[in-house]
Design a protein around this ligand. Structure first.
Ligand code: FRU
Length: 494
């Protein structure tokens, strides 16, 4: 093991253990200590789910990317393992950037990641050079391959930049070959997804440009994933520098899901549908795995590069992963629901039906808490006189609250955390177009100590946001302008 990795492992062990369990999310992954961004290597290996993550143990800021490592049997209770990779080689000394993992034929686990180094240009400026490298291990310790890097500038199609060539996602096909998709920047300055193939995971060849952005959805496409689901092919990617399109895409670092067919001859995606993956404030760099039972499960960084200023200065860790979500395709749309394993954490069921809320704010007995699973159906009390606005507040006390509000006449659901304790002027709201054809809105709201994830109409859309409010703000209340009628089931998540 390199000195650098050993140092990181010692540091995280002594520092990470000092963080009390109550200071972390209860069932969302947070870094052992320090900074975390993208999920990497989300995979199943020897009967356990592994997740690696972009990691700087030494500070709660992005720097010197290592790979952190956690394992779980149920996607919700995660154990920390020692850091898996450090940027300790010449070819990755600027960082071990994002990548993925797979089990090899011989039972070893292969990690494939973007190795970053720098080069000096003729004009004296320095720029990153991104290549792909691999490491093999036993689920705990990994050794970088002597033949690294395995994909370099010479494997790029013409015009593609060697400074933006990153985030390999690997999988195995029925033809016995490994494939991977990698984000790339073509000469037009936007993004494209490259497809590569390998017989053994070490020797790779270029196959095709799977899909091209052509400056439609942001610019560079980061962190691609590609898989078959419910008879369609799905490309997930996280575009940088996006412009909003109505309420569908928002500014900055966004998420994109393209659904289509795969041309088996040309290995190109024939696009049919596109949408955001998440409509909340914090969601980026999603990655999926195929579980042994056939479920396609997605996790993401529940954070946004544009809102890093929303943070707690008293915390020794920064950022979390989203809940793992089960995916499906219905009517050309991506649906997401929390992994069914979450049901086992539900306790203390409280149910109410036909509660009328009219021009007033109410609370309901036993409906409060910060680790909660809440199912709500909201309808107009009088179909001929539909209410103007319904609001659900949570993480609430006299000083703080966050809210979801629905305006049926506009079919807009809004999340708002500006009163959640933030002292910074960053984005605290986002709106989502929902319920075009119906007056009945169905929500599943999953609260963990420092987040909310809202599953709308059985997962047709999701809104995720970090909520950093003090834990004693645990009130939940309901308001309607006009008369709304709700059914509610609430569980504590334990
Ligand atoms: C996305 C990203 C990836 C890169 C990693 C570096 O959030 O920019 O493209 O590999 O973060 O930490």
């Amino acid at each position: 093991m390199s000195k650098m990795l050993e140092k990181a492992r010692n540091y995280e062990l002594t520092q990470g253990q000092q963080i009390k369990a109550e200071e972390r999310p209860a069932f969302h992954i947070s870094p052992y200590v320090g900074w975390m961004n993208d999920p990497n290597g989300f995979s199943c290996y020897k009967g356990e789910y592994h997740l690696f993550y972009q990691y700087n143990p030494y500070q709660t800021q992005w720097d010197s990317m290592h790979w952190g490592h956690v394992v779980s049997k149920d996607f919700l209770h995660w154990d920390y393992l020692p850091a898996a990779l450090a940027p300790d080689e010449d070819y990755d000394k600027i960082g071990c950037f994002s990548g993925s993992a797979i089990e090899l034929e011989d039972g070893r686990q292969l990690l494939m990641y973007t190795s970053v180094q720098q080069e000096k240009l003729d004009d004296g400026t320095v720029r990153d050079v991104q290549t792909q490298s691999v490491a093999v291990g036993d689920g705990l310790d990994y050794e970088k391959y002597a033949g690294n890097p395995v994909l370099t500038a010479k494997d790029l199609p013409e015009g593609a930049s060697k400074a933006d060539f990153r985030d390999p996602k690997i999988w195995k096909e029925e033809d016995g070959c490994y494939y991977c998709v990698i984000g790339s920047r073509p000469a037009d300055g936007s993004g494209q997804i490259l497809l590569y193939r390998s017989k053994d995971g070490f020797q790779w060849e270029f196959v095709s440009i799977l899909d091209e952005n052509q400056n439609r959805y942001g610019k560079m496409w980061e962190c691609p994933d590609f898989f078959e689901l419910d008879g369609k092919y799905v490309l997930l990617t996280s575009p940088q520098d996006m412009l909003p399109e109505g309420l569908e895409y928002h500014n900055g670092n966004g998420t994109l899901c393209v659904i289509g067919e795969l041309d088996p001859e040309t290995h190109k995606l024939k696009e049919q549908f596109s949408q955001s993956v998440d409509y909340g404030i914090d969601y980026y760099a999603m990655q999926t795995l195929l579980a042994p039972d056939g479920r396609r499960i997605m996790i993401a960084w529940m954070q946004n590069w544009d809102t890093l200023a929303y943070r707690r200065n008293d915390s020794k860790w920064f950022a979390q992963m989203s809940l793992p979500r089960e995916l499906s395709i219905k009517n050309g749309r991506l649906y997401q629901v929390p992994v069914r394993e979450l049901d086992a954490m539900r306790t203390n069921k409280v149910a109410y039906t036909d509660v009328v809320i009219k021009d007033t704010r109410i609370t309901l007995d036993q409906v409060e808490g910060r680790t909660v699973d809440l199912e709500l159906v909201i309808r107009p009390e009088d179909k001929t006189n539909v209410y103007e606005k319904f609001e659900l507040r949570f993480a609430e006390n006299e000083k703080y609250h966050s809210a979801l509000s629905f305006r049926p006449h506009e079919s807009v659901l809004k999340i708002d955390r500006k009163f959640s304790g933030s002292e910074r002027a960053v984005i605290h709201q986002r709106r989502c177009q929902v319920n075009k054809d119906s007056n009945e809105l169905k929500l599943r709201v999953v609260l963990d100590r420092y987040s909310v994830e809202v599953f709308i109409n059985d997962g047709e859309q999701v809104m995720s946001a970090v909520i950093l409010t003090d834990q004693d703000a645990k009130g939940i209340s309901f308001f309607a302008d006009g008369a709304a009628k709700i059914d509610l089931v609430k569980y504590d998540l334990v």
